[in-house]
Structure formats: structure tokens, C-alpha cells
Design a protein. Structure first.
Length: 302
């Protein structure tokens, strides 16, 4: 099958018949089948060397204090959800110490070879009763690996940065993550951002491999974004131009975009604006997984 450029794919989509009309060397019109793009497609995560499903399963809905809606659903329901994801082709798990889902994910993935899925987790650096800040990233990643029963994390992020100078404030954690990366305990490192200042710093800083960024088609604080759509889009394009992997979050505005047309508009914007490598959505029910698959497939047909 011919490998299609994005321009060719768009032409094929416009035809609407799932095939591209091409002209052969002899001047004859030929049709080239086009494989529809889906949430489960394997995509390269920038320059990290990692390949994962386009859609990641988020596990931190209403997360805090090592709990989330996902941890509160109980192991049986959580395992059913994760295995359903996996059977549909997802293999990208978005976790964090803040969510308390590491051990649950380990149990959910028992019997599945570790090289079949991609693990992303996050280090929370602010003092909490459950978080020994003095332990730094080294102690945190060691604990994460034990909780997940893995030798290494594929991606480890510093969680929820809001300050412009977070790179200096978190220098110890950055240095420890860099050392862990050199030792092969972390394959790619970076930050999740919750302010435009923090995002702009991440987009330019050479330490960052991966950015988890809030993005949807509405923008603004009401829809859980760190600026206007135009502002965040410009920064994410700069980040990708600088070689950063960008994973989009808050695609549905953390539950503020609930109408079908709103969800569709957000997915179409995020997935077709060349601003993300992948996205994460905190689906809590099998019905939500199916719904996201259908909407993503439709969004990718434009």
C-alpha cells in the first residue's frame, strides 16, 4: 500500500469514498486504498523513540491526595476498563502519584508483556502528607517502579508546574530525573503545565522531552486552559518546532465541554492543527471509550 502524505490523505477524505484517485505513469486513473485513522493508531512520540496509541487512557479524573474517580471505582471495574482499552488497541497509560492508580494498573496489566504498553507517570513536588518531598525524584521513581512492577518508566513528568521559573525551583528534581534517564530508569522526561508561563518555559527549555499541555478549541480559564486558543496554539507549535513531544490534555475542558458538538469541535481542532503528538482523556466507562473512539475517528476524517 502506498504511503500517503497528509495532503494526499486530505484529498482522499474529500472524495468521501475511502480511496485516493491517483494518476499512473501511463496517464490512467487509479484508486489507492486509504486506511482510516483511529484512536488506536501507533504514533511516534516526537524524538523520544517511544511509539504509543494516539489516545492515552487518563486515570486522574477529580484526582488528588493519591485518589481519583478511577481509583475509587475499585480494582474489578478498573481492570475491566483497562483491559477493554487494551483489547480495542490502546496501550498508553497516563498516571501520576497524585492519582493513586499505580498499583491498580499493575494488577490490571498482569499477564501482559511490559513491552506491549507505554507508561507515563508524574512526580508531585509540593509537600503533602502522602508525599515525602525530601525524597526527590530518585525515591519517587523507585517507588513508582515497584508499584507498577516495571524496571523503568517510559515517561516521567514533573507534575502541575505553574511558575515561569519552575526549571530553577525544581532543579534538584530535574537533575535526579536526568540521572535516572542516563541509567535507563526513565526513557523520556518533562513536565505537565498549568499556566501559560510554565508552558512557554517548557517549550523553550532544552531539558524537556515531553510536555503535557491543556488544549481544546475554546480556551480560557472556564475551559481549563492556560490562555486563549491562539496563544496556546502558538506556544505548542513552537514547542514541537523545538523538538518537544506534546501530549494534549483537558480536551473536553475537564468536563465543561459536554455537548456532542462541543466534543467533536474540540477533537477536530486539537487533532488537525499539528499541535500534539497524542492526547489523553480520562474515560471512566466502557461507553465513554467507545464514544471517544467514534468521535476521534470522525475528527480524523476531515
Amino acid at each position: 500500500m502506498k504511503s500517503l502524505t497528509r495532503r494526499e490523505f486530505l484529498k482522499a477524505s474529500a472524495i468521501g469514498a475511502g480511496a485516493l484517485v491517483a494518476t499512473s505513469a501511463g496517464g490512467r486513473s487509479e484508486t489507492v486504498p486509504v486506511t482510516p485513522r483511529t484512536a488506536a493508531d501507533r504514533v511516534k512520540l516526537g524524538k523520544t523513540g517511544l511509539v504509543a496509541s494516539r489516545l492515552a487512557q487518563g486515570t486522574g479524573v477529580h484526582g488528588g491526595n493519591q485518589q481519583s474517580d478511577h481509583s475509587r471505582m475499585g480494582q474489578e471495574a478498573f481492570t475491566k476498563l483497562i483491559r477493554y482499552d487494551f483489547d480495542k488497541g490502546l496501550n498508553f497509560w497516563d498516571m501520576a502519584d497524585l492519582y493513586g492508580t499505580h498499583t491498580m494498573m499493575r494488577k490490571a496489566m498482569e499477564g501482559i508483556d511490559r513491552d506491549k504498553y507505554v507508561v507515563l507517570s508524574k512526580v508531585w513536588t509540593r509537600p503533602e502528607k502522602w508525599n515525602d518531598q525530601a525524597g526527590g525524584a530518585t525515591a519517587a521513581v523507585s517507588r513508582f517502579c515497584k508499584e507498577l512492577n516495571t524496571d523503568a518508566l517510559d515517561i516521567c513528568l514533573i507534575h502541575c508546574m505553574i511558575d515561569k521559573d519552575w526549571t530553577e525551583r525544581e532543579k534538584r528534581v530535574r537533575d535526579e530525573l536526568s540521572e535516572l534517564k542516563q541509567k535507563g530508569k526513565v526513557r523520556a522526561l518533562g513536565v505537565s503545565c498549568h499556566s501559560h508561563d510554565a508552558l512557554k518555559t517548557a517549550a523553550a527549555h532544552p531539558w524537556v522531552d515531553v510536555i503535557l499541555a491543556r488544549i481544546n478549541h475554546m480556551g480560557g480559564e472556564k475551559y481549563k486552559m492556560d490562555g486563549t486558543v491562539a496563544e496556546i496554539t502558538e506556544t505548542l507549535k513552537l514547542a514541537r518546532a523545538n523538538g518537544k513531544t506534546v501530549i494534549g490534555m483537558k480536551i473536553f475542558g475537564e468536563g465543561t465541554l459536554v455537548k456532542p458538538e462541543e466534543k467533536d469541535a474540540s477533537l477536530k481542532y486539537v487533532l488537525n492543527s499539528d499541535i500534539v503528538d497524542a492526547i489523553t482523556i480520562g474515560m471512566s466507562k466502557i461507553e465513554e471509550v467507545d464514544d471517544c473512539f467514534n468521535r476521534i475517528a470522525n475528527a480524523l476524517r476531515v
